[in-house]
Write a protein that binds this ligand. Structure first.
Ligand SMILES: Cc1cc2nc3c(=O)[nH]c(=O)nc-3n(C[C@H](O)[C@H](O)[C@H](O)COP(=O)(O)OP(=O)(O)OC[C@H]3O[C@@H](n4cnc5c(N)ncnc54)[C@H](O)[C@@H]3O)c2cc1C
Length: 326
């Protein structure tokens, strides 16, 4: 088995769970009988103290703390790309490098592979070795098929989600090394188009403890107004399916699923959602789902821990009324 290393960009608010990469790398390495390493990238080395402890807890046996004083507070992909490309060229020329799944991690994995002439594996669900051959699996055609990739390339990049089962901790304190980067970072970048979220911007579902989600079955904006009210009462966030977003009932940032956000709340309340593979791909394996749908055959009931065969109109107003009185 070759080196398996997580690349962890710290301080980027767009990456909800950067340490998912360490957990995924540890799981991949453990299956091959080895241990994972991690590269933590931050603006200042001291920023990494808590991160160091978490990377160790997630299973990294070897940690490189990389700091670049010119890294902006909220780095853009160009900055992270320059810094990680330099790190991989100088510190680790081969191996499997894993970034956290999500728009930033997946873009970085693809662009790093291009820059370093490495093999881009995309967002993988599973990676293992068979002899010298690395075998990766990833969903294809909207989750209806699975692509199996095999390569003997020595440098590969992938993005992965947090695995359902964590690898056993590395055991003992990890070996830690620090490095300060002196590579030039791109300057004078245009600020990202959505640098400042509007004051009334909806809360994003990533990171919320409770997600109240709606689909096409909500039938219109009125149904979503009630979902927002329930989410506020539960201190949760609203999620939506692609058709609901397309209809303009919810914001693009609230879309959950394969082409939207990945969420891993404790509780996912699903109203008017049929439970397609593309939607469920955005919900963490440890999440408990409660579904409300009048169709007893709806797929969502196969994954729901609790299901109510009823239209949302019978359940949602009552739930809101109860919580208001509580
Ligand atoms: C490449 C690709 C990527 C995709 N990415 C995503 C993605 O990221 N996220 C996503 O969500 N989809 C995605 N899709 C779309 C996906 O295939 C489905 O079309 C979508 O998930 C269905 O959304 P839905 O459950 O809201 O609607 P439907 O499948 O139409 O389900 C509506 C449900 O509402 C129920 N219902 C009807 N009336 C009521 C009522 N009064 N109360 C309660 N329930 C009611 C119905 O019984 C039904 O089960 C993607 C598709 C492709 C091809």
């Amino acid at each position: 088995m070759r080196r398996v290393c997580a690349l962890v960009p710290l301080g980027d608010p767009a990456i909800a769970d950067p340490f998912a990469a360490v957990a995924a790398a540890a799981a991949v390495a453990a299956r091959g009988g080895g241990q994972a390493s991690a590269i933590l990238l931050a603006r200042e080395a001291r920023r990494g103290d808590a991160a160091l402890a978490q990377a160790a807890r997630e299973g990294a046996a070897e940690i490189l703390r990389a700091a670049h004083p010119a890294l902006p507070e909220a780095p853009q992909a160009e900055h992270l790309l320059a810094a990680f490309a330099h790190l991989l060229r100088t510190e680790a020329r081969d191996g499997l490098f894993i970034l956290p799944a999500g728009p930033v991690g997946e873009e970085l994995a693809a662009r790093l592979a291009l820059r370093l002439d490495a093999v881009p594996l995309g967002r993988c669900t599973d990676i293992a070795w068979e002899g010298r051959t690395l075998l990766a699996r990833r969903p294809a055609y909207g989750g209806r098929a699975e692509a199996r990739l095999a390569t003997e390339a020595t440098l590969c990049l992938a993005a992965m989600r947090r695995p359902a089962a964590a690898a056993a901790p590395a055991g003992g304190a990890p070996a830690v090394r620090a490095v300060t980067l002196d590579v030039a970072l791109p300057g004078d970048l245009e600020p990202p188009g959505v640098a400042e979220p509007a004051a009334d911007a909806p809360r994003r579902p990533e990171g919320a403890r409770i997600v109240v989600a709606g689909g096409r079955g909500m039938g219109g904006a009125e149904g979503f107004a009630q979902l927002r009210e329930l989410a506020a009462l539960l201190d949760g966030a609203v999620g939506a399916s692609l058709p609901a977003v397309d209809a303009g009932w919810a914001a693009v940032a609230q879309q959950v699923g394969q082409s939207g956000a990945f969420v891993a709340p404790e509780l996912y309340l699903a109203f008017g959602l049929s439970g397609t593979a593309q939607h469920l791909a955005g919900i963490g394996p440890g999440t408990r789902i409660v579904a409300v749908n009048p169709d007893p055959e709806a797929e969502i009931f196969r994954v729901a821990e609790l299901g109510l065969v009823a239209p949302w109109q019978e359940v949602l107003p009552r739930l809101i009324g109860r919580l208001r009185r509580a």
